[in-house]
Design a protein. Sequence first.
Length: 278
Amino acid sequence: MTSPPQARPRILYVTDLAYQARGRRYCDEDIDLTSRLREDFDLALCHPLDAAGLMDGFDAVVVRNSGPVLGYRTEYDVFRKRATDAGTRVYNQLSGRADMAGKQYLLDLTAAGFPVIPTVDRIEDLDRLPRTDRYVVKPKLGADSIGLRIVPADRLPALADGSVLVQPCVDFSYEVSFYFVDHDFQYALYAPDTGQRWRLETYEPTSADLEFAQRFIDWNGIDHGIQRVDACRAPDGGLLLVELEDLNPYLSLEALDDTRRDAFVAALKASLRRFVGA
């Protein structure tokens, strides 16, 4: 007797296909990625505002290019609470300690001595930062460079009130991003032109580069999900963390060759199968 076909895992894929991002086309990435995931999963797409009401009946919810949650913070909090209360599998796992929870982690990592751009949030702590003529000021709950300003030192007393982060303006050589599925490194991309953050090229990391990036992945402790470690090459040649994106990192898959893109998709499929127990 022929065995009945095994049911395929059902995935609710959360994306905002209409979101306009500077230098990136979120919709293209998600259209391409979902076309590949459909080979292994039964898939439905929904807008982030609809996720809380639709997630019942799916084996997992995959949050991808859903845009900054600043514009729908209340609805996002409802989604998180309902998912947590119901034990819904959410990918990335909702236990992230980095951008998923705001920017407090940059203060925590600075205090703990991690290789991050030095960060404070109060005027009385400015002496912990290297002296410079320019500082970067950004909201603790910011995303996608929303609200980011570069200001001279004399403007800081009126701004550093605990609601923003203050960092020295680093004259870095380039920015580089390391992409992980679960705890496994997948690929790295960098922007050789500092004026064009999203014109990316393949980057071949050294063992020291990978050790740097892996340290933050291990610190965050997400077992199931996609994370992007963004760093800059400082004047002394070392890497400093810019941010650890653990909520819905854009993947820049269009910058990869077919071999690297196929390898990433295969790693993602395997991760999702483990996540849902398939």
